[in-house]
Design a protein around this ligand. Structure first.
Ligand code: DX5
Ligand code: ZN
Length: 226
């Protein structure tokens, strides 16, 4: 089986005991932590910043933390997230005036870099920055909230992104975020994704292990059609 990674979005975790809940989802078999930073400008919601990420590290979370920036002033916040312990930092193409520069800042601060595409945002700029990317993240809902339904148009876009990655010959991960569940994860994998963010589908359960196991089982049956 391909090296698929499951990245629970802690946006759906219990913020009153975030360290404990994050540790619990990791010991239930998750591979990494997806951290949604929202600023009430780029998206209509307000969540968590670098201080919260640092607290998770101080609590003892050692797994990779995948920061999904949904903020306007991307460049200003990248160093703070890197210093706080981010592993990956990804930002939306619409949120940076100078995409190449923002990617460079992420690299200079020792993190892996990702570029994020909203459902209606074309992939065209990839052509110019593919050499600087570690992750391409396709958002499969309108960003801002967990618990929305997966937009089916993302499947074609994933196939396109997979082709671009394969043609580049680079080791770039293709991540998908929004509405990922046990019953659609195999189709999403077949379209080319290899990191699966899932929030409500995991955290709505009282025990996280069965749903993560079911996702892995569905992934084991997935075949890729590119
Ligand atoms: C949406 C966020 C997602 C969200 C996913 O803007 O980027 O990470 O938490 O949640 P689900 O899996 O519930 O759609
Ligand atoms: Zn996200």
């Amino acid at each position: 089986m391909k090296n698929y990674l499951i990245a629970p979005s802690i946006l759906s975790a219990d913020f009153a005991c975030l360290g404990e809940d994050t540790a619990r989802v990791l010991s239930a078999g998750a591979d990494m932590v997806h951290f949604d930073a929202m600023d009430n400008h780029f998206v209509p919601n307000l969540t968590m910043g670098p201080i919260v990420l640092r607290s998770l590290r101080n609590y003892g979370i050692t797994a990779p933390i995948d920061v999904h920036l949904m903020v306007q002033s991307v460049d200003r916040l990248i160093p703070d997230f890197a210093d706080a312990g981010a592993s990956y930092i990804a930002f939306h193409v619409e949120a940076s005036q100078h995409i190449d520069r923002s990617l460079q800042i992420i690299k200079e601060h020792g993190c892996k870099a990702g570029l994020v595409f909203n459902p209606a945002t074309p992939l065209s700029c990839l052509e110019y920055v593919i050499d600087k990317l570690d992750i391409i993240l396709l958002i499969s809902v309108n960003p801002g909230f967990s618990g929305q339904s997966f937009l089916p148009s993302t499947l074609d876009k994933l196939r396109q992104a997979r082709q671009i990655i394969d043609r580049s010959g680079k080791d770039i991960r293709l991540e998908v975020d929004g509405g990922v569940k046990v019953d659609n994860i195999a189709d999403i994998a077949a379209a080319g994704a290899d990191i699966f963010v899932s929030g409500s589908a995991i955290f709505s359960q009282s025990d996280y292990r069965p749903v993560i196991d079911a996702m892995r089982q569905a992934l084991a049956g997935a075949t890729e059609h590119v």
